[in-house]
Design a protein around this ligand. Structure first.
Ligand code: GUN
Ligand code: FE
Length: 450
């Protein structure tokens, strides 16, 4: 049976376009597709072949609204086992000390099953309806992650990590092993039988992949028209090593292997040069902004306005466990924080922030509605999935959150539409997300108000 939600509905149409329907409606058919959205339910109904009796009505309270599901453009599923721990080092030391030893343990499929079940549960609880996951080098346990996303009904891109050099001896593949396991992974993913979960080609980062491996992965991505994800220009020490090995810019190292496509998302991009940003834009690549991780690993302040201004699509990533939170709602807040810090650096000549190029009196802070865009439609675009999800256009799949700001945040009066959204972004948590839908199916069911 089709369903209609009656109440406050919000979504975004672009980085600068937010749209809301107060006392609006959103109708979903029994296949989980959006068949109507707008201000006037009666007018829509009278022009529809459906009658009121064909639609199950869900009426939202004055403290509730419906919004598109969150998109996490960059999350390391195995690292959920250490989320919130070991955040006292910069990237390369952190990888060697904590992360590679942890990921090596995913040769144990029982351990993988436990961690992957909990990370999918946790992200769904926080409203992530689409996640782009890095797994580990292991084929079998990466398939366990994909099956877990299917079982719990989450939309996901899942990548078997590839790394064949500059890695510890206990966690590295040969070039041939990495490429052939990737091919086997793509083939096995085809047998999953779910349209929600797809494979994505995943070189860990240029530093841990030989030129030959990057080229093999670029060829596989092209042959099967697959998504691609990796890291780029996250940390200054890392960038120096990559430039030394490849004798090109970080972006060119990927481009020479054919890995920069319109289905590629690169995490971080904190320190990209102008010509690299232009290259990403020309290839149609996107950036996953991971503000929590960039702070926790002391990587830097990523200037989202600069990327967006150059025409690059930007989504948000939690980057668990470089990032300490699995929540994209938290990532919105952190992106807003980073933008405020950048504003201070750019407008005031703060001692120690140094370089003239960081000064920019015309810098404009991100707005909370732009953070909402990056958390939803921007993320869907970054993952080349916006034909399916990201906002409430008719024909898209119903990936949505029912938010209730009366849980936890206690509004003291009736809030208008903008205030409901603002309140949720600045004070909300997973308990405000009372229901979560993916492709029309309820994957988190209402919790009771306190
Ligand atoms: N670069 C290469 N691997 C990683 C990782 O696991 N996390 C982060 N934040 N950056 C990386
Ligand atoms: Fe990462």
């Amino acid at each position: 049976m089709a369903t209609v939600f009656l109440g406050t509905i919000v979504h975004t149409k672009s980085f600068s376009e937010f749209e809301s329907f107060e006392s609006g409606f959103l109708a979903v058919d029994d296949k989980g597709k959006i068949i109507g959205v707008g201000h006037d339910y009666q007018a829509w109904l009278s022009s529809s072949p459906l009658q009121a009796k064909d639609l199950a009505e869900i009426r939202l309270s004055e403290h509730q609204f419906l919004m598109p599901g969150f998109v996490d453009c960059h999350i390391h599923a195995p690292q959920f086992a250490q989320v919130g721990l070991g955040l006292d080092m910069p990237l390369l030391d952190w990888l060697n000390t904590y992360t590679f030893p942890l990921e090596a343990k995913f040769s144990d499929q029982q351990f993988a099953q436990e961690v992957y079940q909990s990370v999918v549960e946790a992200t769904l609880r926080c409203g992530t309806t689409l996640a782009s996951y890095f797994a580990t080098n292991h084929l079998e346990s990466t398939l366990i992650l994909a099956r877990e996303a299917v079982r719990q009904g989450q939309r996901a891109l899942v990548g078997k990590i590839c790394s064949d050099c500059n890695s510890p001896s206990f966690y590295v593949e040969t070039t041939e092993e990495s490429a052939s396991a990737t091919l086997a992974f793509v083939e096995e993913m085809g047998k999953l039988g779910s349209p929600l979960v797809l494979p994505t080609i995943t070189p860990r980062f240029a530093l841990s992949c030989s030129k030959a491996l990057l080229k093999d992965l670029g060829d596989i991505a092209k042959r099967f028209d697959l998504h691609v994800q990796s890291h780029i220009s996250e940390n200054l020490a890392e960038i120096e090593v990559v430039k030394g090995i490849f004798r090109t810019s970080y972006a060119a190292a990927y481009d020479e292997a054919g890995l920069l496509t319109n289905k590629t998302v690169m995490a971080h991009g904190v320190h990209l040069e102008d010509d690299e940003i232009a290259l990403l834009k020309n290839r149609g690549c996107s950036v996953a902004h991971c503000p929590a991780s960039n702070t926790m690993l002391s990587s830097g302040l990523c200037d989202v306005q600069r990327l967006v201004g150059a025409g690059v699509t930007v989504g948000l990533g939690t980057d668990v466990s470089g990032g300490n939170s699995v929540s994209i709602q938290d990532a919105m807040l952190r992106a807003l924080d980073v933008s405020k810090h950048l504003d201070v650096f750019k407008k005031q000549n703060i001692r120690g922030t140094g370089e003239a190029k960081t000064q920019d009196p015309s810098y404009v802070q991100l707005k909370y509605k732009q953070a909402l865009y990056m958390a939803t439609l921007g993320g869907a675009k970054a993952l080349a999935m916006d034909h399916l999800t990201g906002n409430f256009a008719v024909g898209k799949e119903f990936d949505a959150l029912l938010v209730d700001v009366s849980v936890v945040t206690h509004p003291l009066r009736r809030l208008n539409v903008d205030e409901l959204v603002e309140k949720f972004i600045y004070t909300g948590c997973d308990r405000n997300i009372v229901e979560v839908f993916v492709a029309g199916k309820r994957v988190k069911r209402g919790s009771q108000p306190e």
